[in-house]
Design a protein around this ligand. Structure first.
Ligand code: MN3
Length: 205
């Protein structure tokens, strides 16, 4: 049984960065639908007891190609949104501190340089997809993007995602319409860097 991350904030709490209706639809409809579909599909495939990261890292073990694709898409949708909603917060924004700040400076030169690079990946993702900050097995930070509901785990990189930007239109269209750059710029006002740092520490533990 895969459980959707419950929002620890109300659906209007991310205003004005993310409008109330977008949060309600995104978490209450899109993310809920991916979770429900994953649970049904995982039962069918006999993988309902697996950890989601193990499942996404071992999709090739699901023999039926249609079931494999459906679990890749809905399992990705489940996992990606759990990460997304747990690394934003009404009290977010600003810059990382401590260990995460050190690692970001080491990998990208500065927070501003990191922000520019991940923004370029978010804007450069053609169509629906995601931009990622991940941790390699050696503990280094890397950036990437991916289409659809793919992520660094389902793509077999061996890296652990710790932060993501959803650039599907459903994440921003009601407020920002076609202006993805305005959404990505504003998104940094709600990033919960403490949560991202916890993810970093868990990834290297
Ligand atoms: Mn989404």
């Amino acid at each position: 049984m895969f459980t959707q991350y419950p929002l620890p904030y109300t659906s209007d709490a991310l205003e004005p960065t993310i409008d109330t209706l977008t949060v309600e639809t995104h978490h209450g409809k899109h993310h809920a639908a991916y979770t429900a579909a994953l649970n049904t599909l995982a039962e069918q495939a006999g993988v309902a007891d697996m950890d989601i990261t193990d499942l996404l890292a071992n999709l090739d073990k699901i023999e039926d190609p249609a079931l494999r694709t459906a679990i890749r898409n809905n399992g990705g949708g489940f996992y990606n949104h759990n990460l997304y909603f747990s690394t934003i917060s009404p009290s977010g924004g600003g810059q990382p501190e401590g260990l995460l700040a050190e690692k970001i400076n080491e990998a990208f030169g500065s927070f501003e340089a990191f922000q520019e690079k991940i923004t370029a990946l978010a804007l450069g993702q053609f169509g629906s997809g995601w931009a990622w900050l991940s941790v390699t097995p050696a503990g280094d930070l890397v950036l990437s993007n991916s289409p659809n509901q793919d992520n660094p785990i389902s793509l077999g990189t061996g890296n652990v995602p710790i932060f993501t930007i959803d650039v599907w239109e459903h994440a921003y269209y009601l407020k920002y319409k076609n202006l993805r750059p305005a959404y990505v710029k504003a998104f940094f006002d709600i990033v919960d860097w403490k949560a991202v740092e916890e993810n970093y520490k868990a990834a290297i533990a």
